[in-house]
Design a protein around this ligand. Structure first.
Ligand code: FES
Length: 249
């Protein structure tokens, strides 16, 4: 298939950017979206032009690097699918595709489609850990965990930190990401010692980074490639309230 791409090109957060049009010809419908971009880049390099910068690592829907808006939708048109797992059969011959970076104050553009998501790393550093006592490794079955809690913790742990929730939210809120990271530890016995401090510190770090607040639009859940539920936001808000009241004792 032959496609027309409109790709955001920008040299950094201090310069302005613009959409640049490229033709992508003879694209196989079996190739992934990133493979299609690879081919476009090979053509640009052959013409001594600068290739389009975009982030990727695993290309298996695991690392969350491949952040980009495709036709205004985070990760493109397929639900529960990262850009790296999106196949070109999702498009039609002759389509025009607009490709842009995440847009949020807390995600400054590094180059073209690549944004700096260091603010997410700071949120994780603020509480994404558990205390481990020294000594031998405890037997895996020594800490019984109810199936409902284990399932829910695993659902939250599916978050790959891609930032689609932020990019799709009109407030650029990171509540779904932070809620998933808070909840997957708060649901497990191993996460209880730091539970109160974790939610307070992670929410404060989120606010300090410049993310907006949640106004219950639920775009985050719709855009999340892992289908993380907004119920985790409600859970985090309850934990945050309790921890805040306890800290005033
Ligand atoms: S490149 Fe790792 S999730 Fe897409």
């Amino acid at each position: 298939m032959n496609l027309t791409l409109h790709v955001w090109r920008q040299n950094g957060s201090k310069t302005s950017g613009k959409l640049v049009t490229y033709n992508a010809n003879n694209v196989s419908e079996d190739s992934s979206f990133l493979e299609m971009l690879d081919e476009v880049n090979e053509g640009l390099i052959a013409n001594d032009e600068e290739p389009i910068a975009f982030d990727h690592d695993c290309r298996e829907g695991i690392c969350g690097s491949c952040s980009m808006m495709i036709n205004g939708v985070a990760h493109g048109p397929e639900r529960h699918t990262t850009a790296c797992q999106l196949h070109m059969r999702s498009f039609k011959d002759g389509d025009e595709i607009y490709i842009e970076p995440w847009r949020a104050k807390a995600f400054p553009i590094i180059k073209d489609l690549v944004v700096d998501r260091n603010s997410f790393d700071k949120v994780i550093q603020a509480g994404g850990y558990v205390s481990v006592s020294t000594g031998g490794v405890p037997d895996a079955n020594a800490i019984p965990i109810g199936k409902d809690y284990a399932d829910s913790a695993m659902d939250a742990a599916e978050c790959i930190g891609c930032g689609a929730c932020v990019a799709s939210c009109k407030n650029a809120s990171a509540m779904l990401f932070v809620a998933a990271k808070v909840s997957h530890l708060a649901l497990l016995p191993q996460g209880q010692p730091e539970r109160k401090n974790r939610v307070l510190n992670m929410v404060k770090t989120m606010d300090d980074a410049g993310f907006g607040n949640c106004t219950n639009q639920y775009e985050c859940e719709a855009a999340c490639p892992k289908g993380i539920s907004v119920e985790f936001i409600a859970k985090m808000n309850r934990d945050f309230l309790k921890a805040g009241l306890a800290s005033k004792d």
